[in-house]
Design a protein around this ligand. Sequence first.
Ligand code: SAM
Length: 251
Amino acid sequence: MNPDFYSRVADEFGEYTSGGLRTDVFPDGDPEAAFDELAKGLAGRDGRLVDVGCADGRSLLRIAPAFADVLGIDMSESMLAAARRTCAELGLDHVAFERRDASRTGLPDGGADVLTSRRGPLFPGEFHRVLRPGGHLVYMGIGETDVRELKETFGRGQLYGRWDGRPVMDEVVEELTGAGFTVVLEKAFRTEEFYHSPVELDRFLRQVPIFEDYDSTADRAAFERYVASAGSDRGVRLDRHWFVVRARRTI
Ligand SMILES: C[S@@+](CC[C@H](N)C(=O)[O-])C[C@H]1O[C@@H](n2cnc3c(N)ncnc32)[C@H](O)[C@@H]1O
């Protein structure tokens, strides 16, 4: 997970947008909405929330009003600048954004009631330390079969070939359990995205780290092969795979 990549995206597009006009189909429900509901349901009256890898804060700012005190952390200054701008526009003065490394945040022991990381970094030991006993982590990760057909066509990409190995969600559950969490919910989400045209899919690929080195010109042949195989009446299909885990600090 390379913060420089995200800074380049924020500098070019002004935010972290997963861009590209598309229609989504959610056979297992909308993972973003499920994540929001899970996190907001844990807020309580005086809830203190830390969001790790908040990027431009868009997803954090949706759930922030449910909490009394909110901190978003990220390593990319460009993303944090975008987050502070949006936060000021919304007038949310109980939300702060700070540049901190998720692996050693420097935050006080047990200072958070809820910690969220949505496609952000996962450092179970550090997250355990920052959460109060009984506090909850809500984590969204990328599943091993995410955009598999696209990556097979390109012959590379994030988690390339991982579909032959152990499910990522199982590994996350094991890591969290080993760090002193009890996993209370684990759910996979398969979703279909239909990009309205090849131009929209190209725009999407330039803004996400599926291929950090994606180049519209150099990758043209593979891109066209994929569009030919995944095109349909509804658009160019991408099969996504996410998972959400909720875990409680029990030790
Ligand atoms: C895929 S983005 C997720 C953005 C956001 N959570 C969302 O749901 O849209 C991952 C973010 O994690 C940040 N990041 C990567 N490594 C980090 C680290 N060690 N500490 C803090 N943030 C990190 C990146 O800069 C990036 O903004």
